[in-house]
Design a protein around this ligand. Structure first.
Ligand code: C2E
Ligand code: CA
Ligand code: CA
Length: 535
């Protein structure tokens, strides 16, 4: 039976344990889930004490870090990995890259890269069979140190993996600043059932890493369901108990001999840093808007005619108005909802935005379908802007407004306008009465139907500003109107842009007073402003 060693025992026995190879490496295979072949492995530290039995990293690594012994332990591990790769080279055993763990304390040691290079050269192992795993938490001590180490590792030709990605809250920013070549996503950090909220986050992360052209390895994969799910997101590389627990060197060599595995790929190109800083920056307007602004926002990619939605905020889902769920929208291609004419409008706008590097807008009708609402036709105004580019792929930021109601209303009104063209311009298209003493507004039937107004609006006009029917910047002016009516001004007139579409209406008020001249009621009307054509 293994017995956990005390901190003192660990410190006292450490040096001897290293020399006697009581501290040694086990290897966990990384598998391509599509082919079942081994593509790599990770070396994990074990300590088998002659008296106390097997010790696991969670029990001894904190003590090694605390007593400044982790550096020595990691160099020892690196040497064991080199020794194994040398053995493979010598005995003609086919090889795969092996990843070694770099503690954040190693990064604080300025000779770290020189030290591993010395060992590697001693064993004459080609650098593409060794991969460094650094953790996000290494960035805690400041980005400069870790960037310097990363730069040195790259210069020597090492592939660098970001371990435990997704465990820290600043993940995306770390990723943006560190040019890592591979990302390791730990399934154990993703709480909740697959495809749920956690799944959506996972999906977006995988999508974003694709966009950064950074391959992903899923770690801690225990079930086939998880593996298939990761595969469905386009992440094929799996490390986890599903395929194999970490195994001894001997067993690993057997696996290398038996298992069909994939020959080592040529060293990967470093990812290209893109001009998408504003999107990643938590302080930026884009991020602020994305998470906080009232409007619906989405991030999508566009590549050779294909669109894929990566991220949407809650308001986006709401704005579409189809009572859909986020997952029904993510990864879908909105072009499928367009007829030919509207698709052309949308694609022309995309191209315009690429050319202008500025915000471009269009209005398109979409044939939507949701499980909840069935088929419907909605009109969406989209504001879009390019925020990044990788190869032929463009990353877009978009904001949407559902303007279906306004469009229909406008169409109705235009129809009415035609009919009323020759009638007097006094014709009241929308009408209401306002009772001055009680501040109650009673709209006509058309107002109720088209603008969704209740039969009585109390405390008028506050609710129509709050609902957005009237624009906020007209509030003071409109209050002033109400005051003037109270004071007996018998006629008011002005143009106010109404509804979400901010369509200009001519608003008129006529006052009714009692026999003593005291203001009683005001009769309001709103008529669509029709541009008079010259000539
Ligand atoms: P890590 O680098 O994230 O390593 C992966 C850990 O997840 C390993 O634990 C592995 O055994 C475990 N694991 C792999 N697949 C599964 C799975 O499907 N389910 C579950 N529940 N676990 C899985 P291990 O070997 O106990 O190592 C723990 C941590 O200790 C490592 O996490 C790493 O941070 C550290 N560590 C291990 N070896 C070294 C080393 O040589 N140097 C340094 N500095 N740290 C090391
Ligand atoms: Ca690791
Ligand atoms: Ca990990």
């Amino acid at each position: 039976m293994a017995k956990q060693m005390t901190e003192q025992e660990l410190v006292d026995r450490f040096e001897e344990a290293v020399c006697n190879d009581e501290i040694f490496a086990v290897y966990q295979p990384q598998i391509n889930h599509s082919t079942g072949r081994m593509v790599g492995a990770e070396a994990l530290m074990r300590w088998k004490d002659p008296e106390n039995g097997m010790q696991y990293p969670s029990d001894f690594i904190p003590a090694l870090e605390k007593h400044d012994l982790i550096y020595r332990a990691d160099l020892h591990m690196f040497e064991l990995v080199c020794r194994l790769q040398r053995k493979c080279l010598d005995e003609g055993i086919s090889m795969i890259p092996i990843s070694f763990n770099v503690s954040r304390y190693d990064i604080y040691n300025k000779d770290f890269v020189e030290a591993i290079e010395e060992i590697r050269k001693k064993y004459e192992v080609p650098v593409n069979y060794l991969r460094a795993e650094i953790t996000e938490s290494s960035a805690i001590g400041g980005m400069e140190l870790i960037q310097e180490v990363l730069h040195k590792l790259h210069k020597c030709g090492y592939v660098v993996e970001m371990d435990d990605f997704g465990s820290g809250y600043s993940s995306l920013n770390v990723l943006k600043d560190l040019e890592v070549d591979v990302i390791k996503l730990d399934m154990r950090f993703m709480s909740g059932e697959i495809g749920g909220r956690g799944g959506t986050i996972l999906g977006s992360i995988v999508q974003m890493t694709k966009w950064l052209e950074t391959p992903v390895i899923a770690e801690g994969v225990e079930t086939m369901q998880q593996a298939d799910y990761m595969k469905s997101l386009g992440c094929n590389y799996i490390q986890g108990y599903l395929y194999s627990k970490p195994v001894t060197e001997e067993e690993f060599l057997q696996k290398l001999n038996q298992l069909d595995h994939e020959p080592v790929a040529p060293p990967m190109d470093l990812i290209s840093t893109m001009n998408a800083d504003r999107f990643w920056d938590p302080q930026s307007l884009e991020t602020l808007i994305f998470s906080n602004f009232v409007g619906g926002a989405a991030i999508f990619t566009y590549e050779e005619g294909k669109i894929e939605i990566l991220r949407v905020n809650r308001k986006y889902v709401k704005e579409l108005g189809m009572n859909m769920e986020e997952h029904e929208i993510l990864h879908s291609d909105p072009r499928k909802t367009f007829d030919e004419g509207n698709r052309k409008i949308f694609e022309d706008t995309l191209k315009r935005a690429i050319a202008s590097q500025d915000e471009e807008t269009c209005e398109t009708w979409r044939n939507m379908y949701s499980d909840c609402c069935g088929p419907d036709r909605v009109c969406i105004r989209t504001f879009m802007r390019v925020i990044g580019k990788a190869g032929k792929q463009y990353l877009f930021y978009a904001m949407i407004q559902n303007i279906t109601k306004e469009k229909r209303l406008f169409a109705d009104l235009a129809e009415n306008e035609k009919k009323l063209r020759f009638a007097s311009d006094q014709v009241n298209i929308y009408a209401w009465e306002y009772t001055i003493a009680t501040k109650e507004m009673r709209p006509c039937f058309r107002c109720m139907r088209d603008l969704n107004l209740p039969p009585v609006i109390r405390n008028y006009p506050d609710p129509v500003f709050e609902s957005g029917l009237f624009p906020e910047d007209y509030r003071e002016m409109y209050y002033d109107w109400m005051r003037q009516l109270e004071e007996g001004v018998d006629h008011l007139e002005g143009v106010i842009p109404l509804t979400v579409g901010r369509i200009p209406f001519r608003i008129k008020y006529t006052l009714e007073c009692d026999e003593n001249g005291k203001p009683l009621k005001a009769y309001g009307s709103a008529a669509l402003v029709v541009e008079e054509k010259e000539g």
